[in-house]
Design a protein around this ligand. Sequence first.
Ligand SMILES: NC(=O)c1ccc[n+]([C@@H]2O[C@H](COP(=O)([O-])OP(=O)(O)OC[C@H]3O[C@@H](n4cnc5c(N)ncnc54)[C@H](OP(=O)(O)O)[C@@H]3O)[C@@H](O)[C@H]2O)c1
Length: 327
Amino acid sequence: MKPRILITGASGFVGYHLVETALDAGMEVYAAVRASSNVSHLKHLPVNFVYPDFSSKDDLKDLIVKYGFDYIIHGAGITKAKSLDEYNRVNAGYTLNLAVAAGESRVPIKKFVFISSLAAVGPIAYNASWPVPDVEKPQPVTSYGKSKLLAEEYLGVISDVPWVILRPTAVYGPRERDLFVLFKTYRRGLEPYMGKGAQWLSFVYVKDLAQAALLALTAPVSGTVYNISDGNRYDRYALADVIKQYLKLHTFRVHLPLPVIRTVATIMEMVSRGAPLLNRDKLNELTAENWDCNIEKIRQDLGYRPVYNLEKGMRETLDWYTTNKWF
Ligand SMILES: NC(=O)c1ccc[n+]([C@@H]2O[C@H](COP(=O)([O-])OP(=O)(O)OC[C@H]3O[C@@H](n4cnc5c(N)ncnc54)[C@H](OP(=O)(O)O)[C@@H]3O)[C@@H](O)[C@H]2O)c1
């Protein structure tokens, strides 16, 4: 019998790739989505759709008992919200509900993988290097990061389900929408930056992240937390350079003054009805000096070997956007 896996957030960018990877690995996939989710891009795949109410532990427990899942990957989460409360409710509260439901179900779940974020630990100083991943002290600089850290703390006290936490840095790849806005700006000839300060950034291609999640499901580890990137750090211009070179673009580089951007972010917060694309909280993330991370632990424990660096992953991504007429 095929192993059964529940993947939450299956309708999202990362979720789609988690679904594909689990199917390729021969699993029977249950895609947890909402009635309002756009699932048109999943319709051609042999997946079973389920519609749990994440605010109800009982509803989640019923679902887990009904299907007797072997594995769960919890990828559902919000990256834009108006308040810390909203982030906490979804990113931390729903994670707790699902993990508690999994434990109370008494279904012998082999692994619960939670997709957290490097934002849960936060950036480091420009000249710093990452300490041994186990001993770093998390210092999230955004409400999003704080909610992911809270989710990790909730999971930390769950003892009746074997869990693993993955903390990906910025993820890119086919179907990604936020960085895509930036790529379109480059294509229009503009290369904007926030402030003049130097930055180190890190990235991971979505297919490498999905492979890492698969390794975490089957490896004999639990109660552990892993950072995930492609193993490199990049200066702030590397992303645009890779794209410009591949698409043969010429751009005009502009460094927007930080006080101006802060004013714009404040105005966007005031006028936006929902979660604004840019706010002062998000600026803490976008202007941080160093998002490098150490992936030694996942290399050693799980044998994670990223296949894509930024250049290789970006080429595949840009080809996908072009073929699928996103540009
Ligand atoms: N993309 C990155 O760079 C990155 C980096 C680190 C960590 N992560 C984490 O990876 C996960 C997936 O992110 P993504 O980039 O794929 O985002 P995404 O495309 O926005 O997908 C988010 C998924 O979560 C679901 N979701 C959101 N709010 C929900 C709610 N209240 N109830 C139930 N489901 C809800 C969405 O469902 P709908 O389709 O119905 O909206 C969607 O399936 C998130 O947990 C995120 O924090 C992402």
